[in-house]
Design a protein around this ligand. Structure first.
Ligand code: GRF
Length: 195
């Protein structure tokens, strides 16, 4: 990660659905002093709503047929190299990248996850936090490794779970903090020499 400090970064965002984190990253990249550029958007889903943001902001985007994973990753790798991508941000990307791909890409891959990792890896995080009567949940930006939702934590933010919270209200609260957390995590990577 050290080689990213203070640099201008070319970023590729991988999505599968709504794309609200993608939008927050695009907006952050448009700030006057921003050192990041979103150059490439990858989606495994042609119906992903987030692709509308790619079109609106005229960002290069590709829909990847994931029926054959190996071929899909080979194609993605080609796009990443061609566009000189320094950092991948997974943002609601519902495919698991293979260990071979992660190793081959070499530059960091980040993910945003809607829980206070290491709690609640995987899916259905909000309902699990509510059912366990946790007082807090939150969101985490972490480095992607071959082990699901287990890489180094870059940044985390908590929200309180109220007695009145449902899966829906908690998801909404957490999504709101996610939109600040992902840009903040990238800022941290750009500034700090050791993470
Ligand atoms: C977010 O909750 C993120 O934490 C999880 O998937 C969701 C994606 O939402 N990995 P969006 O597509 O960015 O709106």
């Amino acid at each position: 990660m050290e080689k990213l400090i203070g640099r201008n970064l070319n970023i590729s965002v991988f999505i599968s659905g709504r794309g609200s984190n993608l939008l927050s990253l695009i907006k952050y990249s448009k700030n006057k002093n921003s050192k990041i550029k979103i150059n490439l958007i990858i989606s495994n889903n042609k119906f992903s709503k987030g692709l509308e943001f790619a079109k609106k902001y005229k960002i290069k985007h590709f829909i990847i047929d994931y029926s054959k994973e190996k071929q899909a990753e080979h194609k993605i790798y080609g796009y990443l190299k061609k566009n000189k991508i320094d950092l991948i941000c997974l943002a609601g990307f519902m495919k698991i990248l293979s260990p071979g791909f992660i190793k081959k890409f070499k530059n960091p891959i980040l993910n945003i996850h809607p829980s206070l990792l290491p709690k609640y890896k995987g899916l259905n995080t909000h309902i699990r936090a509510i059912e366990n009567k946790d007082k807090f949940s939150g969101a985490t930006v972490h480095v992607v490794t071959p082990k699901l939702d287990s890489g180094k934590i870059i940044l985390q933010k908590k929200v309180r779970i109220l007695k009145s919270d449902t899966e829906k209200t908690l998801a909404k609260k957490i999504l709101k903090i996610e939109h600040k957390l992902y840009p903040a995590a990238i800022e941290k990577i750009l500034k700090k020499s050791s993470l």
